[in-house]
Design a binder for this molecule. Structure first.
Ligand SMILES: [Zn+2]
Length: 409
C-alpha cells in the first residue's frame, strides 16, 4: 500500500484498516459463509481485530453473524459464521452479445437476484443498444429492496476495449469502431454509479477464476466462443491485460491466408473456422438463427464430418494457445460449451498431436463452472471491486434509491 511521505501515522493506520475491511468483505463475498476463525487464519490478523472489522461491516449493513454450523470438535463454542447481507449492496451486470442482451441485479455474495434477457436492436447502433439495456435495467431494479446501495455497473462487450476509458476500439461483429460505450452508458445512467466496461472473454476468465472451474488455478485461459472468439487469460493469478487492455484476441490469429474473410478485415482468422457461424454452417443452422445455436447443439443427435472438422480446427488453435501460455486449465465458454461434448475426441486428439508435450501434459480442458453465466458474473465481479477495495468510501458515494434514479435517468 502506498502512502504519501506527508501522511501521518494516523492516516496510515486508517488506510490499513479500510484496506483490511475490504479484504475481509472480499472473503465473505466470495465464500458466502465463513467462520470468524477461518477469517483470522486467512488474513493473519488477531481475533479481536477480526471481530472489530466484522462489527464494522455489520454497522455498514454489509455482513451479518450467524450461529456456526460447524460440529463442535473441542471444548468451547465454535466462532460465529459471517455471511454477506444480500440486500446491503448490489451491482448491475450487463452482457452485450451479437445475438442478444442479458442484464442482472447481483447481490453481495454473488447471487443473481433478478435477470432480464432480450434481443439486441437489429441496427446494433450503440445508442439504440444503450436504450435497450436501460429498459432492461429498469426491470431488474424494480424489486430491489429500499436502502440497498448500487455500488457499480459492470458491462461486457464482444470487442477490444481500451482499459483507460472503456472506449470500444473494435467490436467487429457489432460493427463498432471507436465507440465510447462506457461514456454513453454513464450518460444514460445519469452518473448514479461507476461503469466498468470490459471484454467478454476477459470477464469470463475473471469469474471462472473466482467462482467457477478455475478456483485455485493460477494459470487459466477462458475461451469465449460466440460469433467472435476471444480469450481471457489469468497468468500467475493475475488478469493479463496487455499495454492497452487488448490482450487475448486469439480469435484473430491468422491461420489460413487463403481462408474466409473475417469481420476484422483480415482473412482466415481462427474465428472464421470455429466461431458461431462456422459451427452453424456445419450443422445446417441458418445464419439468422445463430442465437439459438446452443439449443440446437444441445439437441444434436448425429455428428457429421463437417462438425468433426470444426472440432479439429478448435484443437489446432487450442494447441497454439497452450504452447504460448502454458495454462493449467482451458475453459470453453459460449457456444463451445455445447460444441465440445460432440467433438471431444477430435479436439483432444488434435491438441495432443499439435501442442508441445511439456505444456500439453499440464493442461486440462473444462466447461465453465458458471455455465452460461460466466461472462455476466464476471461483469458483476468487476462492478464489486470498488466496494471491496474500500467499503466505507464506496458506500458513502452510493445511490440507494435506484429505481427512482433509473426511472428519470
Ligand atoms: Zn479476424
Amino acid at each position: 500500500m502506498q502512502t504519501s511521505a506527508r501522511s501521518g501515522a494516523g492516516t496510515n493506520q486508517e488506510a490499513v484498516r479500510r484496506h483490511n475491511l475490504g479484504t475481509l468483505l472480499g472473503h465473505v463475498h466470495l465464500l458466502g459463509r465463513v467462520s470468524r476463525s477461518d477469517l483470522t487464519s486467512a488474513m493473519g490478523l488477531n481475533r479481536s481485530t477480526i471481530a472489530g472489522l466484522v462489527t464494522e461491516l455489520q454497522g455498514l449493513g454489509l455482513a451479518e453473524q450467524v450461529r456456526s454450523e460447524a460440529v463442535r470438535s473441542s471444548a468451547g463454542r465454535p466462532s460465529p459464521d459471517v455471511v454477506p447481507t444480500q440486500d446491503g449492496a448490489h451491482v448491475l451486470a450487463v452482457d452485450v452479445r451479437v445475438d442478444g442482451l442479458t442484464v442482472a441485479r447481483v447481490g453481495l455474495g454473488g447471487a443473481i437476484l433478478a435477470r432480464a434477457t432480450g434481443p439486441i436492436p437489429a441496427s446494433r447502433d450503440p445508442h439504440a443498444v444503450a436504450d435497450a439495456v436501460m429498459a432492461m435495467l429498469r426491470l431488474v431494479v424494480r424489486d430491489a429492496p429500499p436502502g440497498s446501495a448500487l455500488v457499480g455497473v459492470g458491462m461486457a462487450v464482444p470487442g477490444v476495449v481500451r482499459r483507460s476509458d472503456g472506449l470500444v476500439r473494435l467490436a467487429p461483429n457489432l460493427g463498432w469502431r471507436d465507440v465510447p460505450f462506457s461514456a454513453i452508458m454513464s450518460d444514460r445512467l445519469g452518473g448514479i454509479a461507476p461503469v466498468e466496461l470490459g471484454n467478454d472473454a476477459d470477464l469470463g476468465a475473471f469469474s471462472e477464476h473466482l467462482r467457477g472451474a478455475g478456483v485455485d488455478v493460477a494459470d487459466l485461459v477462458y475461451l469465449s466462443g460466440e460469433v467472435g472468439v476471444g480469450a481471457g487469460v489469468i497468468v500467475d493469478g493475475h488478469r493479463l491485460v496487455g499495454a492497452g487492455g487488448y490482450a487475448g484476441e486469439i480469435g484473430h490469429m491468422s491461420l489460413d491466408p487463403a481462408g474466409r474473410e473475417c469481420h476484422c478485415g483480415n482473412r482466415g482468422c481462427w474465428e472464421t473456422q470455429v466461431g458461431a457461424h462456422a459451427i452453424a454452417e456445419a450443422i445446417g443452422c441458418p445464419p439468422d438463427r445463430v442465437g439459438s445455436l446452443g439449443e440446437m447443439l444441445d439437441g444434436l443427435q448425429e455428428v457429421d464430418d463437417d462438425l468433426r472438422e470444426v472440432g479439429r480446427l478448435l484443437g489446432r488453435g487450442l494447441a497454439n494457445a497452450v504452447n504460448l501460455l502454458n495454462p493449467r486449465v482451458v475453459v470453453l465458454g459460449g457456444f463451445l460449451r455445447s460444441l465440445y461434448p460432440h467433438v471431444q475426441d477430435e479436439v483432444d486428439r488434435t491438441l495432443h498431436d499439435t501442442a508441445l508435450v511439456a505444456p500439453r501434459e499440464l493442461v486440462r480442458i473444462e466447461l465453465p463452472g458458471l455455465g452460461a453465466d460466466a461472462v455476466l458474473v464476471g461483469a458483476a465481479e468487476t462492478a464489486f471491486e470498488r466496494l471491496l477495495a474500500d467499503p466505507v468510501t464506496c458506500l458513502a458515494a452510493a445511490q440507494v434509491d435506484v429505481e427512482s434514479a433509473l426511472s428519470v435517468a
